[in-house]
Structures are given as structure tokens and as C-alpha cells.
Design a protein around this ligand. Structure first.
Ligand code: UDX
Length: 452
């Protein structure tokens, strides 16, 4: 099949590469000329495991093309995917201007029956708006071409997006037209070989499903973070509680890891957007509002623990931060807990030494230039260099490379042997055996819990 994907951001590029991998001919369109030129040369705008290879190979084979011209892409196109950004407005609702602009342009260039798919995460009712603007464009041309609008939300996790796309749990297709459903079934057939993964529903139901999934997952995390806070006060180890509840199949082990808060481009944005939508509908979203509030508080937890241990004035103290991206496997810094923590530490007078396996370039833009000019924030090439002369290590993002550090060697170069484990990555007993003082999230374990 011939597909056009508008927007070569995270979602668009992964979708394009994966559809071409499954045999479709894909044209990726973007207004950013530099980005398109780079993609033709195999230079990707984002880091995502496995993606570069797919892009380069399928581009070489002619299955994946890049262009800035929507018009040329529209020749012989069966399905258009809209995969442009929906940044949050000031009030938290999703800004649809890019989606609608693309829809308008699609209406100007289509030349046969077309299915237009919303892949971007968009509020309930967006498909109707897309339909309206496409129709307006066609009317202006005096065209009576037929088209359908489909909602097909993505469920890609950064760092695992290629695999998530190629082997999805399910494919949600929201569509009110049998003709379009038939086409979507054909398009996704290669992804459903073992079992039929396509779940069809009305357009608005699909749009809501996306928000409900992300809100549910965010709720699990915030719930667990609240449990951790309560456990800490009760002298209970949340890690045992996590294992205990995860074994209940109705709850499951995923997304119940307590930590220093969720970040990224989806959870914070989507929870806030649903809160906004809900209030617009006259429904006070009590649960969602608490999920968002707990997460804001959770991002402050590490800073608070550090101040409890060292005092509010951190002048003269140096902290080593391991992990800057919002989660492992990505260079994405959006809404990363490390941002809140580093700003907090620097504001309290501390100096920060930081290391991340891939996000350091991205990180530079997230902080005030004065942090770097005044050496309040220094980025290091290795995790061990970042530790030299520091008063504590703070683990913020649980990259695999941090799982089994050389504690003995670390202890020798640090000023004080103190560890704040923002992801409960380490075994507190083992860390203590190496002479470190351990502070986790909601942890109470045999022996000392210093500072608690
Ligand atoms: C998420 C959804 O999983 C995906 O389906 C959707 O399309 C986009 O949003 P992503 O943002 O890439 O994906 O990351 P995810 O792996 O879901 O993690 C989100 C955040 O939650 C991270 O900050 C992570 O550290 C945090 N998290 C996750 C926890 O704190 N505890 C957990 O148990 C799981």
C-alpha cells in the first residue's frame, strides 16, 4: 500500500520506518527542509534503538522516501497519516493548529478516495474537526472527492518504540466507515499475523481510549508513589509491597515502580489535557487531578531528602547525578525529574556534576546558561569522573549501565559515601556493605535507614 505520513517527529518517523519494514511504500513529509535532507542521508533527529537501521535500509530499498512536498506525496496515496505535534496550550489543552493545518493541506492535494488517519494524540472530537476542514478545502476546489477520517492512536514507549510498533498489544482503529475499516485492516494485516490485533470502534471512542490508557498508567505510578510515601512513615518497605501486589494478576507488575516521578512527552501532557477536557464538560476529575498533583510532589522528593540529610543551605556541597533523560533508552528530557532536582539543588547553593549515557546534548538546553558559566552544573564524559569529590550520588534515571557500579572504587573518590536512589535500583543491604549510606523511595529494610 502507499502511505503518506505527515510529520517526521517521533511518532511519524517510527510509524513510517515500521510500515516500510512491513512492505508498504511510505513517503514521510515534513516542512523542515533540513530535517528531510538529513533523513535522506540517514541522519535522524531523535535517538531510538533500532530506528536508524530501519530508516537507512528501507530508504535504500526505495520503500521509505522523504520530501517536503505534500503534493508530490499525494500522487497514488491510499492513506494519509497525520503525525504532527499537539503541544499543550497554556491551559493544558492540546493545541490543534498543526493538525488542522495539515488536514487543510491534505484537502487541497488529494486526487482520489483517501483515508486520513489521526495518529497524533488528539482530544475527543478532533476527527470531526479534521473532517470539516478537509471538506472545506475540497469545497473550495469544487471537488466532490470522498474521504474518511480515522483515529488510530499510537501506544509507543520511547526506547522500545520500534518493537512496540512491529509487535503491538493491540491496534485501535476508530472509524465510522466500513470502507475505511477495510483499508485499515489491509494496512495492518502484517502486524496481526499471530492473532487479530485490530480493535475497531467509533472514532470518538478511539480518541478517548488513548487518553484513558495513558491516564490509567500514570494513575498506577502516582498511586505507587503515594504508597511509597506512606510506607516510609510506617516503617514498611515499598519494594516488598510492590512485589506482593504485582503478583495479583488483576494488578500486574508493570507500571507500579515507585520513583522520583513520571516525565516524558505523553503522561504529563495527556493527563493535563484530559483534566482540561473533563472540566470543560462540567465534570471535576478528582482522580486525575490527584494523579497530576502527586507527580509534581514526587519530582521534589529527591531534593527534599537531600535537604533533610544536608540541611537547606547546600552551599559548598557537590552532588553527582546519574541519569538526566526522563527514562532510560532515550535522550528525551521533556518533563524529566532531573530538571526539577538540579534546579532545586543549584537554587540551594549546591554544585552539580552530571552524567547521562545519551541525553547530555539535550540537557544543555534545559538549564539556565549561567549554571554552566558559573560551573554550578558540570557535565562529565563518564559516570565515574562525575563522582570525584562529591558529597552524594543521586540516581535519577535507571539506565542499565548504572545497575552494577563499582561501589568500592566509587567510595574512594567521593567526599562522602551517600547514595540517594531515586528509582530503587539498588539492594540497600549490598550498598551498605560497601560503606554507603542509602536513601531510597519508600524503603525500610533491615539495619539502618540513615537520615530517616
Ligand atoms: C508512554 C506510554 O507508555 C505510551 O504507550 C504512550 O504512547 C506514550 O507515553 P513513554 O512516555 O515513552 O510512553 O514512557 P513510559 O515507559 O511509559 O514511562 C513514562 C514515565 O513513567 C517515565 O518517566 C518512567 O520513568 C515512569 N514510570 C514508568 C515510573 O515511574 N514507574 C513505572 O512503574 C513505570
Amino acid at each position: 500500500m502507499n502511505i503518506t505520513i505527515v510529520g517526521t517527529g517521533y511518532v511519524g518517523l517510527v510509524s513510517g520506518a515500521c510500515f516500510s519494514e512491513m512492505g508498504s511504500t511510505v513517503t514521510c513529509v515534513d516542512v523542515d527542509e533540513q530535517k528531510i535532507e538529513n533523513l535522506k542521508k540517514g541522519i535522524l533527529p531523535i535517538y531510538e534503538p533500532g530506528l536508524e537501521n530501519l530508516v537507512i535500509e528501507n530508504h535504500k530499498e526505495g520503500l521509505l522516501r522523504f520530501t517536503t512536498s505534500l503534493e508530490s506525496a499525494a500522487q497514488e496515496c491510499d492513506v494519509f497519516f497525520i503525525a504532527v505535534g499537539t503541544p499543550p496550550d497554556e491551559d493544558g489543552s492540546a493545541d490543534l493548529q498543526y493538525v488542522l493545518q495539515v488536514a487543510r493541506n491534505i484537502g487541497r492535494v488529494i486526487n482520489s478516495y483517501t483515508v486520513i488517519v489521526d495518529k497524533s494524540t488528539v482530544p475527543v472530537g478532533t476527527a470531526d474537526k479534521v473532517k470539516k476542514v478537509v471538506q472545506e478545502s475540497l469545497d473550495k476546489r469544487g471537488s466532490d472527492l470522498e474521504f474518511d477520517v480515522v483515529s488510530n492512536p499510537e501506544f509507543l514507549k520511547e526506547g522500545a518504540a520500534v518493537n512496540d510498533f512491529l509487535s503491538p498489544d493491540r491496534i485501535i482503529v476508530g472509524c465510522d466507515s466500513p470502507r475505511a475499516i477495510k483499508l485499515m485492516k489491509r494496512l495492518y494485516a502484517p502486524f496481526s499475523r499471530n492473532r487479530d490485533k485490530l480493535i475497531t470502534m467509533k472514532v470518538r471512542d478511539a480518541e478517548m481510549t488513548k487518553y484513558a490508557v495513558n491516564s490509567m498508567l500514570a494513575t498506577k505510578i502516582s498511586f505507587m508513589n503515594e504508597m511509597a510515601t506512606i510506607c516510609e512513615r510506617l516503617g514498611v518497605d515499598v519494594e516488598n509491597v510492590r512485589k506482593g501486589i504485582g503478583s495479583d494478576q488483576r494488578i500486574g507488575y508493570s507500571f507500579i515502580y515507585p520513583g522520583c516521578g513520571y516525565g516524558g512527552s505523553c503522561f504529563p501532557k495527556d493527563v493535563n489535557a484530559l483534566i482540561r477536557t473533563s472540566r470543560d464538560m462540567g465534570v471535576e476529575p478528582h482522580v486525575l487531578a490527584s494523579v497530576a498533583r502527586r507527580n509534581s510532589l514526587q519530582k521534589e522528593v529527591l531534593g527534599n531528602k537531600i535537604k533533610e540529610r544536608f540541611g537547606n543551605d547546600l552551599c559548598g556541597k557537590i552532588f553527582c547525578i546519574w541519569g538526566l533523560s526522563f527514562k532510560p533508552g532515550t535522550d528525551d528530557m521533556r518533563e524529566a525529574p532531573a530538571i526539577v532536582l538540579i534546579n532545586e539543588l543549584v537554587a540551594a547553593g549546591a554544585t552539580v556534576h552530571a552524567y547521562d549515557p545519551v541525553a547530555m546534548t539535550q540537557a544543555v538546553g534545559e538549564f539556565s546558561p549561567s549554571f554552566f558559566q558559573e560551573n554550578r552544573l558540570r557535565l562529565f564524559k563518564t559516570p565515574y569522573d562525575a563522582l570525584v569529590d562529591t558529597d552524594a550520588l543521586v540516581l535519577v534515571t535507571e539506565w542499565k549501565t548504572f545497575r552494577q557500579p563499582a561501589f568500592q572504587a566509587m567510595a574512594k573518590v567521593m567526599r562522602q559515601q551517600i547514595l540517594f536512589d531515586g528509582r530503587n535500583l539498588y539492594d540497600p543491604g549490598e550498598v551498605q556493605e560497601h560503606g554507603f549510606e542509602y536513601h531510597g523511595i519508600g524503603r525500610n529494610f533491615g539495619g539502618n535507614l540513615s537520615g530517616a
